[in-house]
Design a protein around this ligand. Structure first.
Ligand SMILES: *Cc1c(COP(=O)(O)O)cnc(C)c1O
Length: 419
């Protein structure tokens, strides 16, 4: 089921025809379907009643209205910076439902997080443990901590988004986990609440999650033998979505498989554990498209170039990880198909949205780039002095601009000329 479907040969976002949005707000334009975000969220929460918890990974799409939509559903949030904490609070999210991940937290970010009263720090090194302890003691508070442990499993995903291998920068090596927990127990100002891992993004198989969970549960047992009792196991995010032909496990199957392991653990040890998950992509990727207009088409001896008004500064994933996004004409029409690359206006050969595609398109047509709800606007930039696109959230027949298109003045708002 999708909220971006053709009705009378014109693609709609929920009940709104995309050409009307392009007319109203201009292009390039990110369009989000609120119904999809809500449906994806419920797929997670219906399988994970409290004390289990779902913490949306804010970095996938941090627009305030997206966060607000999830906050209204009672969401938890996984953040990786002080800026993301501020966004969650601004959008009405609850501080005690925030988990704070990230490899290089600054003193200021830790102070802000303690001030806000977040639920948990996912601590990525022994130095960070000492840092949080020092700041918490200074403030006279206790910081709830989980250690992010690197299970050394191969997520079988793109190397840039694999995070759970020994050679990656993330987390504490499994071999160092016990002494790190013992240190956490000794340090003042800390209270141990959980164990955390996150092995990568866009995973399309269950097995790496299950392998990681086995290793985490074994660690939790070893900790219990040392009288360190864990309340919850945070298995991170990473569940993949379908961009092309991928067949990621359905959300329900994924959660049931993890809960089954938790149940086995309870039967063996008599101890209860809550499961935390941090999905980002699986909540928002298919809730968004990037709407872009064809500027011109040219051909050389080998192929066509369909030049559109969105580029790698708007949607970086194809250039950064050779990611594949489905790209379609928003009008289902007859005509001559072009074969070649869909490229943007940025002065880089790597600036493309799709390569070796076949579609019917001519100058002036609107194209929809699917799967742009996650790591789309969030990774955008002003490269080539291009103002970033507007973001629009659709709900039924209504549409709201949830981020205005940047203006020329926005480009240099924080710059100054010399006197
Ligand atoms: C990026 C990230 C996530 C979300 O990953 P998705 O693949 O979008 O689900 C979750 N947790 C942490 C720590 C992350 O860095």
């Amino acid at each position: 089921m999708s909220d971006f479907e053709f009705k009378n040969n014109v693609m709609h976002a929920e009940q709104v025809p995309l050409p009307a949005l392009a007319e109203h707000y201009g292009t390039p334009l990110f369009v989000y379907a609120k119904a999809t975000i809500e449906r994806n969220w419920r797929l997670f929460t219906e399988h994970l009643p409290p004390p289990h918890r779902v913490c949306y990974a804010v970095k996938a799409n941090s627009n305030l209205a997206v966060l607000q939509t999830l906050a209204r559903l009672g969401a938890g949030f996984d953040v990786v910076s002080g800026g993301e904490i501020a966004r969650v609070l601004k959008a009405g999210g609850k501080a005690e439902r925030i988990v704070f991940s990230g490899v290089a937290k600054s003193d200021l970010e830790i102070e802000e997080a303690l001030q806000a009263g977040i639920g948990q720090f996912n601590v990525e090194s022994v130095t960070e443990l000492e840092q949080i302890s020092r700041i918490a003691v200074n403030k006279g508070v206790t910081a709830p901590v989980s250690l992010r442990v690197n299970p050394d499993v191969d997520a079988k995903t793109h190397p840039y988004i694999a995070t759970g291998l020994e050679r990656n920068k993330f987390g504490i090596a499994m071999a160092d986990a016990l002494p790190a927990y013992e240190l956490a127990q000794r340090l003042p100002g800390l209270t141990i609440v959980g164990v955390d891992c996150h092995i990568g993004s866009q995973l399309t198989e269950l097995q790496p999650f299950l392998d990681a969970m086995d290793r985490m549960l074994a660690l939790i047992s070893e900790l219990a033998e040392r009288n360190i009792f864990i309340k919850h196991l945070d298995m991170g995010g990473g569940l993949g979505v379908r961009y092309q032909g991928e067949t990621p496990p359905p959300v329900g199957d994924y959660i049931q498989a993890l809960l089954f392991k938790l149940e086995q653990y309870r039967e063996q040890t008599g101890r209860e554990l809550a499961l935390y998950l941090e999905p980002g992509r699986a909540i928002v990727a298919n809730a968004g498209i990037l709407l872009t207009r064809v500027q011109s088409i040219k051909a050389n001896k080998i192929k066509h170039f369909v030049m559109v008004d969105a580029g790698m500064n708007d949607l970086l994933r194809p250039s950064l990880y050779q990611a594949w996004h489905n790209i379609v004409n928003v009008e289902n029409k007859l005509g001559v198909a072009v074969q070649g690359d869909i490229v943007g206006p940025v002065c880089e050969t790597g600036d493309f949205l799709g390569q070796d595609r076949t579609l019917i398109a001519e100058a002036g047509d609107l194209l929809a780039v699917h799967g742009a709800g996650a790591y789309g606007f969030a990774m955008s930039s002003n490269y080539n002095s291009r103002p970033r696109p507007a973001e629009v959230l659709v709900s039924g027949e209504q549409h709201f601009v949830v981020r205005a298109r940047e203006t020329r003045e926005d480009l240099w708002r924080t710059e100054t000329l010399l006197p």
